[in-house]
Design a protein. Structure first.
Lengths: 373, 93, 384
């Protein structure tokens, strides 16, 4: 990558008439994209993660189901349509306001299944425990998983446990895999997004990510920010059951905006379906506490992880109905339409800011880092 | 540079010989150092950058200048009708 | 949030824009000095609201961009050393040196930690008495009081395992350099609000007088930036060139004397190398001799580093406002949000990333918007 315009060597100080050096201000150092080693950013759900998936995993495992790149695989086996998904949970600290690693391990997988419209049925859990983990902590995590599974109406039917040496595993890692069944007539997938669809968000964003942030060393702050960790299958079931005169397929896309937040998730859908999207900043609900925490760290709530929220792209004629239906449910009581899918700028997510301007929301690169600048 | 946010001083105390405060930003509070704004009282608003209050908000001046902004349309003859202002925060809780 | 939310008021923004339109008779090129101001402009889509003919160009106010490669390489060399806990503000973590960034070093086993406040380093040092805690003290004058306090307290508390790697830069010499350049297009400046909260703005008066440019010390919220723009345009239209203060709720001409005093007792001023430019005389802070015990550059032997300057991109010219992103041969081709060429593109909202992404789409988008350039108040109230 060379400077194409052929100007003089950057560091040369050419003296103009009055003696002040000629300036080429701030050349941008080229950031690294090809890494020889895995870095933390590869796990944040942004561009680095996509890059990893595209360059290493997909070429090895290529098949039409995988290529759909939804959060779950939809399989047709003996006439039944099954949703199948897996997820690993490595969050630190393992206990945080509003939840713990066990609770997210259940809800995360339940939610991935629910996002295809499936009724989640069975889960497996594989534990990697670090030598030295307090047994009482393990009990607490497992009890939390029991309670979450009960709430979600799923059962753990198989599992595995391994122990690694002290220092080789951050207290506890959990991988859950889930299976659910999808009713006939439902076709919920990113590629179904259509211009005109309304974008519905089920509630306040940024709670989970900032709850975690509030516990991270050197970034603590006080305040009642709790993770919103919850299983969404009940809400999804009621949304699907919204009375409608026509066909049942008015919900086109469902996604839970976890890592990377609402902005990253909507970008994924936009690119997958090759549609544009326009959001309205004023419609996006953020709690004052989350807002304050984001402001002081220089973070954007639209990129912060959520663990109990969903985005729904709904056919315009049914949007208000679905919204009403959602608001009757505990997890959807703050649901709101935040924008729509449009014809213009396909693949791009734009937002009308509260001040009246327009802004492009790109996909996050790596982790969102607190900034001073 | 210079991400600095105004917050309200809820409490002031000494810590290891430095004047510190609990400062409230929206719904959360964080500790900040008051060494550079020694005249600060509880209830004042300060501007905090990387954990340090670097200035106090002059509330009277803020009021005065904001009022001037609101009155801008009395200087310009706008054809559009006078509109209700959106309350700060809009939808947000 | 008080003193924040009200400065994001849509209808008032529209009024200010209408007033700018009313007083403006010809095109003007303004520069907002601070990276934080650029952030705000792009985040809120403010340049989209401004009338045609008011051009805002991004200034050099990003310590990430201007930290010399040698300094970054030194930071990396120190971070790699066993027994070192390397602490930094988040901004610097992804900035590449000649070989890797701090994240890479972390992945190789280096103890690299993000801190929010420099004082956090003291806590880390107390908990790790057998380790060397090194803090990457970068920034403009805004951050100097915080960084100075770390050095001061380290000495007071006898915290022998705390040191600072200092790379502080000053705004007025940078502005002078921009103004003195024969290719300078900038006619007015939105001055750095938070830098001046610390330093006051008396240093900008000689600049304004010598180069005959208006400098309006401006805040960071949308209404601040729009009001600062209005005040600058008014001066330009009236043929005036003085320093004015838009951000009066936060600062006055003297700034913060308490902070200035401590900064002066910890740092002195020396020549500094700016990345991509070279050395600007008397443009940076360095630790005074009395703090030698806490000066990481003196403590760690990191002089024999092989610094490899990467191939130049022309963002230097873009940052000076001489070229636009779409003038850059790399823009949109080799250099895109997907494959960025600049450090300022590294963070999700990096000035360049936002600017480039926004700008690129803006060309197509503007054509479609057409008459929407005239922002009406109704369109801002309960926009559906």
């Amino acid at each position: 990558m060379t400077a194409a315009s052929g100007e003089a060597d950057r560091d040369a100080e050419v003296e103009p008439a009055d003696g002040a050096p000629s300036i080429m201000f701030g050349s941008c150092p080229i950031p690294i994209f090809e890494h020889k080693q895995i870095v933390l950013g590869h796990g944040s759900g942004g561009k680095l993660t996509s890059e990893l998936i595209d360059t290493i995993f997909r070429p090895a495992f290529r098949n039409p189901i995988l290529d759909k790149l939804d959060d779950q695989a939809v399989l047709t086996i003996g006439g039944a349509r099954l949703a199948f998904t897996t997820d690993s949970f490595v969050v630190t600290p393992i206990f945080f306001p509003g939840g713990d690693i066990g609770r997210i391990a259940v809800n995360g997988t339940v939610n991935d299944l629910a996002m295809s419209g499936a009724r989640p049925l069975y889960l497996s859990a594989a534990f990697i425990l670090e030598e030295g983990l307090a047994t009482v902590d393990l009990r607490r995590v497992v009890e939390s998983m029991r309670a979450a599974a009960e709430e979600a109406g799923v059962q753990f039917v198989t599992g595995d446990t391994k122990v690694v040496n002290r220092g080789k595993g951050d207290q506890i890692f959990i991988t859950t895999t889930g299976i659910g069944v999808i009713e006939d007539g439902l076709n919920i997938s990113a590629d179904r997004a259509r211009p005109g669809d309304k974008i519905i968000l089920s509630g306040f964003i940024g709670d989970h990510g900032m709850a975690i942030m509030s516990q991270r060393e050197n970034l603590e702050f006080e305040g009642a920010i709790e993770s919103d960790c919850a299983s969404l299958n009940g809400l999804v079931a009621s949304m699907i059951a919204t009375p409608s005169e026509g066909a049942r397929d008015f919900i086109h896309v469902l996604r839970d905006p976890t890592r990377g937040g609402v902005a990253t998730t909507l970008n994924e859908i936009a690119k997958r379906a090759n549609v544009g999207m326009m959001l309205r900043e004023q419609s996006v609900p953020v709690r004052e506490s989350v807002k304050g925490a984001c402001e002081i760290l220089g973070l954007d709530p639209l990129y912060v992880a959520n663990e109990g929220k969903l985005l729904a792209l709904v056919a315009p004629e049914m949007a208000e109905e679905v919204l009403r239906q959602m608001r009757r449910h505990d997890l959807g009581k703050d649901a709101v339409i935040i924008g729509e899918v449009v014809d213009e700028h396909p693949g791009m997510l734009l937002m009308k800011t509260e001040i009246g301007g327009t802004r492009v929301l790109d996909v996050m690169f790596g982790e969102q880092l607190p900034r001073i600048c | 540079m210079c991400l600095a946010i105004p917050g309200k001083v809820l409490e002031a105390y000494d810590s290891r010989g430095m004047r510190m405060a609990k400062v409230q930003f929206g719904g959360i509070t964080r500790e900040a150092c008051l060494e550079y704004v020694p005249e600060t009282l509880v209830g004042d608003y300060v501007l905090v950058h990387v954990g340090f209050a670097i200035s106090r908000v002059d509330e009277a001046e803020a009021e005065r200048t904001y009022q001037a902004l609101r009155e801008l349309d009395q200087l310009t003859e706008l054809e559009t009708p006078v509109v209700e202002e959106i309350e700060p925060g809009g939808y947000r809780q | 949030m008080k003193y924040l939310d009200e400065y994001r008021n849509g209808p008032i923004a529209a009024k200010i824009v209408d007033e700018i339109r009313r007083v403006q008779t010809r095109p003007w090129v303004l520069m907002e000095v601070c990276g934080g101001q650029t952030h705000s402009i792009v985040k809120h889509g403010l340049d989209h609201l401004l009338p045609e003919g008011i051009e805002l160009v991004h200034g050099p106010g990003c310590p990430v961009c201007v930290t010399p490669l040698e300094m970054i390489d030194k930071a990396h060399a120190i971070a790699k050393k066993p027994g070192v806990i390397f602490c930094s503000f988040g901004d610097m973590l992804r900035v590449p040196g000649s070989d890797g960034d701090l994240f890479t070093i972390k992945s190789q086993g280096g103890d690299v930690r993000v801190v929010y406040s420099p004082l956090d380093c003291l806590k880390i040092a107390r908990s790790n008495p057998d380790k060397q805690v090194v803090f990457f003290a970068i920034g403009f004058e805004t951050t100097a009081p915080a960084n100075a306090m770390l050095a001061w307290r380290a000495r007071e508390e006898g915290a022998k395992n705390v040191s600072l790697l200092v790379s502080h830069v000053l705004v007025p010499p940078a502005m002078a350099a921009i103004l003195a350049s024969p290719e300078n297009r900038v006619q007015g400046f939105l001055g750095p609000g938070h830098v001046c909260a610390v330093m006051g703005y008396s240093e900008y008066e000689p600049l304004s007088a010598r180069f005959k440019v208006p400098i309006v010390i401006t805040g960071f919220e949308p209404l601040d930036i729009l009001q600062g723009t209005l005040m600058t345009v008014r001066q330009l239209e009236e043929g005036r060139a003085v320093v004015e203060n838009e951000y009066s709720r936060i600062l006055n001409r003297d700034g913060n004397p308490t902070a200035q005093k401590l900064v002066a007792s910890v740092f002195d001023i020396g020549d500094r190398k700016w990345r991509g430019i070279g050395t600007i005389a008397q443009s940076g802070y360095r630790l005074r001799r009395e703090f030698a015990e806490h000066d990481a550059e003196r403590i760690f032997n990191v002089d024999d580093i092989d610094t490899k300057e990467p191939e130049a991109c022309i963002s230097g010219q873009i940052l000076r406002g001489i070229k636009k992103p779409h003038d850059c041969a790399a823009f949109g081709t080799i250099c895109t949000p997907q494959r960025p060429l600049g450090a300022t593109m590294v963070s999700a909202e990096g000035a360049c990333a936002a600017y480039y992404t926004y700008g690129r789409h803006l060309e197509q988008h503007r054509a479609q918007l057409g008459a929407a350039q005239l922002v009406s108040v109704e369109s801002l109230v309960g926009a559906a």
